[in-house]
Design a protein around this ligand. Structure first.
Ligand code: FE2
Length: 385
């Protein structure tokens, strides 16, 4: 990695802190130097431009969230639909929002992805967002919660989930009827429907190698935007975890591994307020979206912030820890869509799934381990070294 040093003529340790500073004797005397952090370099590179005509342009907005209503208050909003009542600051250009105590909440990088890649990957994302949200298991994001499913005879079953389409009330029917979702990449071991499953591939049936290649290329582009951002430390945590994961379970390109194992793809899904599950809490969410639409801005209600991200933008946000949801999805002209004419908005959330680093080297080894597992054995026995 390219390093830049910050020189200083005087010893910088008057306040007792000399961390990272080194003294060098030069012909012109003592010089103290320190390596700039990624954050300092980025801040420096992205400062304002002063033009001869007096114009001052900010290339990278650094904004402070206007409020913090608190974690508990924000948690009360889960499962409800968010709109302009839940934010007062809207980020819609390249920049970032810090929390009132100075942590990075979200970063928007406009037009960061190449249009030809987006065009090529669009059908893959569309296909990946394949399962109806109604009748699925994303109760919080669907806004319905997980409720007992109704059997065809009208009685309650013991299976919890998002109600089937025909059992939804009008508001949820309008939102969930067009909404689809699915994952692309890899899943960790889990118990599903009472049955253990090993680490495995998750994609639609008949997925082609070229389609894996395109999705990995998109992951690589989003990963690079993440890497060279203010949250490079979070990228570092995620990349390290991805490097500890067997290559069979990491999205990678000929350029090497990405910091992601999995992509959640959503189609025309206005999510209710929720917190993402299954991803590394120490990481950071990396997202992009495709399509021609208005609305569906991402709201972070705890801090009264919304982000408007569109086709080709990359959004980095702390979605594994912060409550978030979307404003209504609108037509490209800003009008409210009719139920059967919802615009197509494809959203991809890239993440490193928890526990994937514990997977064995291949899906075959995983299947074998699961089939040899005795009832009561832990799902993740200690890995042989
Ligand atoms: Fe989410």
């Amino acid at each position: 990695m390219q390093r830049t040093t910050l020189p200083n003529k005087r010893p910088p340790c008057e306040d007792g802190k000399a961390e990272g500073w080194e003294k060098t004797n030069t012909p012109s005397g003592e010089v103290w130097t320190r390596q700039l952090t990624q954050e300092e370099r980025a801040y420096n590179e992205l400062q304002k431009a002063h033009y001869p005509d007096g114009r001052v342009e900010s290339f990278f907005r650094i904004l402070k969230a206007p409020a913090d209503i608190g974690k508990e208050e924000a948690a009360l909003l889960k499962k409800s639909f968010l709109d302009e009542r839940h934010y007062t600051l809207l980020l819609d250009e390249t920049g970032m929002v810090l929390t009132p105590d100075g942590r990075v909440l979200c970063i928007l990088l406009k037009h960061r992805l190449p249009p030809d890649l987006l065009e090529a990957v669009r059908p893959v994302v569309r296909e990946a967002a394949r399962e109806p949200i109604a009748g699925g298991n994303r109760g919080e994001a669907a806004g319905t919660g997980m409720v007992k499913r109704i059997r065809p005879d009208g009685t309650e079953s013991n299976i919890n989930g998002v109600p089937n389409e025909e059992d939804l009330d009008d508001e949820h029917y309008y939102i969930l009827k067009p909404a689809k979702g699915g994952t692309f990449g890899f899943n960790a071991r889990e118990i599903r429907g009472g049955q253990p499953e090993g680490c495995r591939t998750t994609a639609y049936d008949g997925v082609l190698p070229e389609e894996w290649g395109l999705m990995s290329e998109l992951a690589q582009e989003v990963g690079e935007a993440f890497r060279w951002s203010f949250v490079q430390d979070k990228w570092g945590v995620q990349f390290e975890k991805a490097c500890q994961t067997p290559p069979a379970f990491v999205l990678e390109t000929p350029d090497g591994p990405t910091p992601f194992t999995t992509v959640t793809c959503n189609k025309s899904f206005r999510t209710a307020a929720h917190v993402d599950k299954g991803d590394l809490k120490e990481g950071f969410g990396a997202m992009c979206c495709l399509g021609d639409f208005e609305g569906c801005d991402l709201v972070l209600p705890r801090y009264k912030v919304a982000v408007r991200y569109r086709d080709g933008d990359v959004l980095l946000a702390d979605v594994a820890n912060q409550v978030h949801g979307n404003t209504p999805l609108l037509n490209p002209d800003g009008t409210v869509p009719e139920l059967h004419r919802m615009p197509e908005r494809l959203a991809c959330v890239f993440y490193c799934r928890k526990n994937m680093y514990k997977c064995l080297n291949s899906e075959e080894e995983e299947n074998e381990a699961i089939s040899n597992r005795k009832p009561g054995d832990p799902l993740w026995p200690k890995k042989k070294s």
